[in-house]
Design a protein around this ligand. Structure first.
Ligand code: SAH
Ligand code: SF4
Length: 372
């Protein structure tokens, strides 16, 4: 705006139009004078956001989208974004609930309207899962996104734009409806650190979302975690670490990145994050049948998590199968037994509800299934 000879506050109007009013065309920005809109258009400026190209609806209410990024460029590519009404319990027990209601601990949706929470009758409650890269370079052996390799990083606008497109589709009112964001879609956010954090800034400062309702998941990129620990708390989402194994030996077979940054180095970096009151670090743990789901693994995870001394909880995820990936799902009994072992050891542990199985809801599955 300044380079066009306009006052800088015009940029704020522009951001408000894109991120709050969610307009998708310059001509609709009525807060800007018509002459200015004309001038911007004449000089070739455009506004826009990623477009929802395909929608897949699950019987459980989950919607999965293939979202087109970079339209108009040579490299049109899609990423996956997911809308999960009611969340998937992944947010339970990590301090998210205290963002609006300090009395609640977890899992008590029925109490919402009585406790004066922000979510009442007719209000939406959902979690949006956001991608940070097209594909991923980390090569975890159980993950379908890994099979794509890294195609490219998403820009800040493409990361934040996925959220705006989905909020717009569901007519979400920020501040009234309760929406959580998880950066757990395709890609490793901490290998696209600057764009990821720039997207968080757009979503917090311009769109008005709370960073306490956002969780970023990393496979354990230590330099990224160290930078993240330095972010101001007004902008810092909560942190989830994909632990996925009880020890380095198993972890490095499943996640080759563990050769570079082992469990101890990841935990050391996580210790640097200054947590908010009631905030917990989440350890995600994918249960692979016979490989990471045994009773001794659960006991080992309990010891490991206790040794960190961190306020922590564990999110257990039954592995979602995918074509060409040589693992098996855990036995149903194994998952609950694993959870109970952790709980008995005093570690809060939750099962992530499988969502949208009928529409291939596991990481990277949709893109691979639809696009081959
Ligand atoms: N790259 C980041 C964030 C995206 S993956 C990370 O790895 O943390 C988000 C979560 O999905 C990770 O905890 C990962 O371990 C898990 N995941 C990957 N593939 C999966 C599958 N097939 N079934 C279940 N969980 C999976
Ligand atoms: Fe990448 Fe996460 Fe999949 Fe590992 S689990 S390959 S880091 S997206």
């Amino acid at each position: 705006m300044v380079s066009l000879g306009e006052p800088a506050w015009r940029a704020k109007q522009l951001a408000e139009a894109v991120y709050v009013q969610r307009v998708t065309d310059l001509s609709e920005i009525t807060t800007l004078p018509k002459a200015l809109r004309g001038k911007l258009a004449n000089e070739g400026w455009q506004i826009g956001r990623p477009a929802i190209a395909q929608v897949f609806q699950s019987v459980d209410g989950t919607e999965r989208y293939l979202v087109t990024c970079g339209a108009g460029q040579a490299s049109v590519q899609t990423v996956e974004t997911v809308w999960m009404p009611e969340g998937d319990e992944g947010e339970s027990g990590d301090g998210t609930d205290s963002a609006t209601s300090q009395a609640k601990t977890s899992c008590a949706p029925d109490l919402d309207s009585e406790s004066g929470d922000s979510t009442g009758p007719g209000r939406q409650r959902a979690t949006i899962c956001v991608s940070s890269q097209v594909g991923c370079a980390v090569n975890c052996q159980f993950c379908l996104t890994a099979k794509l390799g890294l195609q490219r990083n998403l820009t800040p606008g493409e990361i934040a734009g996925q959220v705006i497109a989905v909020l717009d589709r569901h007519k979400v009112e920020v501040g009234r409806d309760r929406v959580n964001l998880v950066f757990m879609g395709m890609g490793e956010p901490f290998l696209n650190y600057d764009s990821f954090m720039a997207a968080v800034r757009l979503l917090v400062v311009e769109a008005g979302l709370s960073p306490q309702r956002m969780t970023v998941s990393t496979s354990g990129i230590v330099p990224g975690i160290e930078r993240f620990a330095q972010e101001p708390k007004e902008l810092r989402p909560k942190l989830a670490i994909s632990l996925n194994a009880p020890n380095d030996e198993i972890r490095q077979q499943l996640m080759p990145i563990n050769h570079k940054w082992n469990i101890e180095s990841v935990v050391d970096a996580v210790q640097q994050v200054k947590l908010r009151p009631r905030e917990r670090i989440t350890f995600e743990y994918v249960l692979l049948g016979g490989i990471t789901d045994q009773p001794q693994h659960a006991r080992e995870v309990a010891r490991l998590v206790r040794r960190t001394g961190l306020p922590a909880k564990v999110n257990l995820i039954a592995w979602n199968p995918g074509p060409g990936i040589p693992y098996s799902m855990p036995q149903p009994g194994a998952v609950e037994a694993f959870r109970q072992t952790l709980v008995d050891a005093g570690i809060p542990a939750y099962l992530r509800r499988p969502r949208g199985r009928d529409i291939y809801a596991a990481c990277g599955q949709l893109k691979r299934t639809v696009e081959g």
